[in-house]
Write a protein that binds this ligand. Structure first.
Ligand code: SAM
Ligand code: SF4
Ligand code: SF4
Length: 347
């Protein structure tokens, strides 16, 4: 079978900056059992916060329809995300439906809390890989970062179970915040050295409007690279495919690899092939957008596939997003306009 990303699609179907559509990130819920301060701070996402009403959330049939149409336009990878995607009941049933779409890869990004329970079912339903977010192995630091005092141990068990059921190579995402978890990064790298799991250090981003992001809390990837490389020498690897967000490095002694996601210091809009679908069916062409196109509304008013395809096509053809690059180039930080929240659109 041809590998996803190996396909030949219509070369003319590119956005206004020459980028094809290859990845669709699908948010299946805007709810989460964590309150990571960089994503869903309690002060905002507290008991009063109004999450999406159930009737506004896409059904699995509606998601599958949009996914199928997007695959016909060139998407080769679906990533299920949220909020916390494993809070969505029967997620494996969605995976089974997506698995019927030919030549696509299905991945999941999760905080890992429920992975131990669901890894086997998800794998048997056709999930290919998981990415697990884990910001620190230091229990106290981790409990503080997820802000619901959830222990590290349970996430590690989830990772192990996922590995056991073939959901690897597993990527471990760690958002780095100065003064919060930067003293624990080396331990994280050391723990997964010698396994097939790939730890990816993510620069803390100015997503949404609620996390109070300031540049001072960002640790540049270059610093993380030298911190780890000093103890465990590293060398750069080529990307696996065009549009890959992480720069890859391997341990010179052959003990595996790590990744660095440098959306602040080295943005990668130039080959961004990602679109995002919110849990209430809005299609976004950038993580930093302030609005999306309501595809679900069209579906619920009886739109034909032809109409939906034309809609998706016209959105993509005029896409000109390059928020991170403009931010870095002009130091245009956190503009006044409202941006969507990460927990709504999915990472
Ligand atoms: N709840 C799931 C999880 O945490 O893996 C999936 C959704 S979460 C929004 C997706 C990813 O976004 C996670 O890896 C998370 O660490 C990352 N993320 C959230 N807020 C971020 C921020 N401000 N900067 C960088 N990454 C962030
Ligand atoms: Fe939840 Fe993921 Fe956001 Fe943390 S990063 S609050 S786990 S959605
Ligand atoms: Fe893609 Fe927008 Fe992120 Fe740039 S800022 S990489 S266009 S999602």
């Amino acid at each position: 079978m041809a590998k996803p990303h190996d396909h030949d699609y219509d070369d003319n179907f590119i956005d206004s900056l020459g980028r094809p559509l290859r990845d669709l990130r699908i948010s299946v819920t805007d709810r989460c059992n964590f309150r990571c301060q960089y994503c869903m701070p309690k002060e905002i996402f507290g008991p009063e916060f109004e999450f999406l009403p159930r009737e506004d959330i896409m059904s699995f049939e509606e998601i599958t329809r949009i996914a199928t149409l997007s695959a016909s336009l060139g998407v080769t990878k679906f990533r299920l995300t949220g909020g916390e995607p494993l809070l969505r009941a029967d997620l494996h049933k969605l995976v089974s439906k997506l698995h019927e779409i030919p030549n696509v890869e299905i991945a999941l990004t999760t905080n890992g809390t429920l992975l131990k329970n669901y890894a086997q079912l998800l794998s048997e339903s056709g999930l290919n890989r998981v990415t697990v977010s884990l910001d620190s192995l230091d229990d106290q630091t981790f409990r503080q970062m997820n802000d619901v005092s959830f222990p590290v141990k349970a996430v590690l068990e989830g990772i192990e179970t996922a590995g056991h059921f073939g959901l690897g190579p597993i990527k471990i995402n760690a958002v780095v915040r100065k003064g919060v978890n930067d003293h624990t990064l080396l331990d994280l790298a050391a723990y997964f050295r010698g396994t097939s799991h790939i730890v990816r250090f993510i620069e803390y981003m100015d997503v949404g409007n609620s996390n109070g992001w300031v540049m001072d809390e960002v640790i540049p990837s270059s610093r993380i690279l030298s911190l780890i490389g000093k103890i465990y020498p590293l060398e750069e690897l080529p990307s696996n495919y065009s549009g890959e967000v992480a720069s890859r490095y391997r341990y010179k002694d052959g003990a595996g690899e790590i990744g660095l996601i440098s959306s602040i210091t080295a943005p990668f809009c130039g080959n961004c092939t990602r679109a995002r679908l919110s849990a209430d069916g809005k299609f976004f062409t950038c993580l930093f957008a302030s609005s999306g196109t309501d595809i679900l509304k069209e579906i619920r008013s009886g739109a034909t596939d032809k109409h939906l395809i034309e809609m998706l096509k016209s959105i993509w053809l005029r896409r000109d997003d390059q928020y991170s690059e403009l931010r870095t180039k002009y130091m245009r930080l956190s503009p006044e306009e409202k941006k969507i929240e990460m927990s709504y659109i999915g990472g």
